[in-house]
Design a protein around this ligand. Structure first.
Ligand code: 5GP
Length: 190
């Protein structure tokens, strides 16, 4: 792991397993997670200030006007954005910070010229992805349809990321991500 903190950008289609991946990456002591702000409604089981900072559309637009976002985008009809304040604190402390953002966010972050590694999680097949999404049970059928429409468009951006990780075997994919990011080396050195 480098001495200077890096932005670790994780993207992938809905239900690709990207959240499971970042949750394991942030278990590393010098890896933080960027808690995004969003205008989407809170889901069952989510905690305000832990999963997201849930704010109104008006509050989000005020923060856009005061240039508080490193990047932001409208995803599935809601605003989502990365606050400059949370990333700066981690990078200054020499920590890597994981940002789970959509492809629009990743493109904006690439323009920031901050040290960055981008990972795109590819689900093994469209069928498995649909199955995972239905099984998750957090979206209505209508929301599932909206999200599935975005999947093909998102997959077209995979090639623009530094690394593409296929999630057909989660532990294998995690090991690959750890190796890419250099975390395994640091752990083995104590
Ligand atoms: P969900 O509503 O399922 O938590 O997230 C929907 C989408 O928004 C996901 O693709 C996720 O990566 C993206 N997202 C979450 N936070 C941010 C953010 O801060 N910026 C951007 N651009 N996308 C985000």
């Amino acid at each position: 792991m480098s001495n200077k903190g890096r932005l670790i950008v994780v993207s992938g289609p809905t239900a690709s397993g990207k959240s499971t991946l970042w949750k394991r990456l942030v278990a590393h002591p010098k890896v933080d997670f960027s808690i995004s702000a969003t205008t989407r409604g809170i889901r069952k089981g989510e905690v305000d200030g832990e999963d997201y900072i849930f704010i109104s559309k008006e509050a989000f637009e005020q923060r856009i006007a005061s240039n508080e976002f490193l990047e932001y985008a409208i995803v599935h009809t809601n605003y989502y954005g990365t606050l400059r304040s949370s990333t700066e604190a981690s990078l200054n402390a020499g920590h890597d910070i994981v940002l789970e953002v959509d492809v629009q966010g990743a493109l904006q972050l690439a323009e920031c010229k901050l040290p960055m590694v981008s990972l795109f999680v590819v689900p093994p097949s469209r069928e498995i992805l649909i199955e995972r999404l239905r099984h998750r049970g957090t979206e209505t059928e209508e929301q599932i349809t909206t999200r599935l429409k975005a999947v093909d468009a998102e997959l077209a951006f995979a090639k623009d990321y530094d690394h593409q990780l296929v999630n057909d075997d989660f532990e294998k994919m995690l090991a690959e991500a750890i190796s890419i990011l250099g975390y395994a080396k640091e752990n083995s050195n104590g």
